[in-house]
Design a binder for this molecule. Structure first.
Ligand code: ADP
Ligand code: MG
Length: 456
């Protein structure tokens, strides 16, 4: 038998043992390259490193078993990446890219500083500046030089995915870099609300006060969620006053201007309006292209200039979507060796932007995750602490939050009546890890891809 025939037979057997989507994703593009009869080694080719690791870790046993049924002299398998396509190098023209970049920067492990909650991946250097955000950028820059004395509070507002969090975090990182003795604290308003509620319930208000009033720079992200929660607003108002009177810097973001947060107390609104208010608008084509190029350089990817131009032209809504589409383009090109033509690009864009989430249910998420990891949905909801089910379970929680926006108690409920804090922990963990762990990122993308295909 020649290697082709042998492999056909092997795949035929494996196909019966694993689920169809797993078979198609991982093994369809595999091949038997050759056999070293003296050593008893079979060389199996896979299209990329990711597939190689995955197949080696998950399917080695069944592959070896099937191979040995046909050729008993085979003792082991060596997995090899076979790359038939040369990715065309990115042709980069001069544009207003972000200033300094280390290729692969994104792959270096990023750790959120537990003291400040700042994520070092957000820097002013990697922030692309254009007409839609230059005022906000200039204000943050001024603050990093004259902390607490220039614009206080600084209130930055703008739509979803336009760079508020990036800019605020980058400002915090820059301050920390230039003024080591200054205490910076970044919190989302959700976190702030939780802290207030928790400390009231546990009679620990003093700790809470100390934590928030002891800082030199307080950054509160997405303040719009604070509106309409009286005890939280009151606590925030006191904190605000203490900091303000002591010339501590306060930086706030929101998805809309203070006047447009209907439930915000008047006294807070006028405090905000007493400082500097800047907005971040929608990026134009040039800026979208510059952002794409910056990301490509940062990650050390290679993507055709023409592809970047089409993405910049077509994805107009926000920068998060722009990144999402770019990630997928790279994923299809570099991991799946697919060519990105206009049709494929449109598919990717509609997948990413309209999030065919319309028809997806919690049940879909559970079954697709279970199928992907080859565990049963009962395992996901069960009590086992084995690592084979813990990660799938956490990913499941993360996806229920990310795609379906379910509440934490609801998520806990869906996964075996767990407490909502377990769900919060899982979602936070995966959110953090996804940025640091390319393999996890790929898994999640594959799961989403299946979900959108089945559910959409
Ligand atoms: P928001 O907080 O306004 O919803 P984010 O700050 O989370 O938006 O931005 C969404 C994504 O877009 C992030 O990954 C961020 O790094 C990226 N991004 C936003 N604005 C810029 C920019 N001007 N330059 C580079 N990347 C940006
Ligand atoms: Mg944000």
């Amino acid at each position: 038998m020649d290697p082709k025939e042998i492999w056909q037979t092997v795949l035929g057997e494996i196909e019966l043992q694993i689920s169809r989507p797993n078979f198609l994703t991982w093994l369809k593009q595999s091949e038997l390259l050759s056999r070293d009869e003296k050593e008893g080694t079979a060389f199996v080719g896979l299209p990329n490193n990711f597939a190689k690791e995955w197949v080696k870790n998950r399917y080695h046993k069944i592959i070896l078993g099937s191979l040995r049924n046909i050729d008993g002299s085979i003792k082991n398998i060596s997995y090899v990446v076979v790359n038939n396509q040369n990715p065309s190098a990115a042709v980069l023209k001069k544009t207003r890219l972000a200033k300094s970049m280390t290729p692969q920067a994104a792959l270096i492990e990023v750790k959120i500083d537990p003291k400040t909650n700042l994520n070092p991946k957000y820097t002013l250097e990697s922030f692309v500046v254009g007409s839609s955000n230059e005022l906000a950028y200039a204000a943050i820059q001024a603050i990093t030089k004259e902390v607490g004395r220039k614009y206080n509070p600084l209130f930055v507002y703008g739509g979803v995915g336009l760079g508020k969090t990036h800019l605020l975090q980058a400002g915090g990182n820059e301050i920390q870099k230039n003024h080591e003795n200054k205490n910076v604290l970044y919190v989302t308003s959700e976190k702030f609300i939780n802290d207030v509620v928790w400390s009231i319930r546990n009679k620990r208000m003093e700790d809470m006060k100390k934590k928030y009033r002891d800082v030199d720079v307080l950054i509160i992200d997405d303040i719009q969620f604070i509106g309409g929660k009286p005890s939280t607003e009151q606590e925030f108002f006191y904190t605000f006053n203490v900091l303000y009177e002591n010339s501590k810097q306060i930086i706030i973001s929101s998805d809309r201007a203070p006047a447009a947060i209907p439930t915000l107390e008047e006294r807070l609104r006028s405090r905000f309006e007493g400082g500097m208010i800047v907005d971040i608008g929608y990026p134009d084509y040039e800026m979208r292209l510059a952002i794409l190029k910056t990301k490509v350089l940062e990650h050390g990817w290679s993507v055709m200039e023409k592809t970047l131009e089409s993405v910049a032209a077509k994805v107009q809504r926000n920068i998060r979507e722009l990144e999402g589409v770019l990630n997928k383009v790279v994923f299809y090109e570099q991991y799946k060796n697919e060519k990105i033509d206009a049709k494929k690009l449109d598919e990717i864009i509609s997948e990413t932007t309209q999030l065919a989430a319309r028809n997806i249910t919690a049940g879909n998420v559970l079954s697709v995750v279970a199928e992907f990891f080859e565990v049963s949905p009962n395992d996901l909801a069960g009590r086992s602490r084995k690592s084979e089910v813990v990660e799938p379970r956490q990913i499941c929680m993360y996806l229920l939050r990310d795609i379906l926006k379910l509440s934490y108690p609801h998520i806990g409920e869906k996964l075996g009546h767990r407490d909502h804090t377990t769900a919060i922990h899982a979602c936070e963990k995966i959110t953090r890890d996804v940025n640091q762990n390319p393999t996890l990122n790929q898994k999640i993308m594959l799961i989403k891809e299946r979900l959108y295909k089945n559910g959409g």
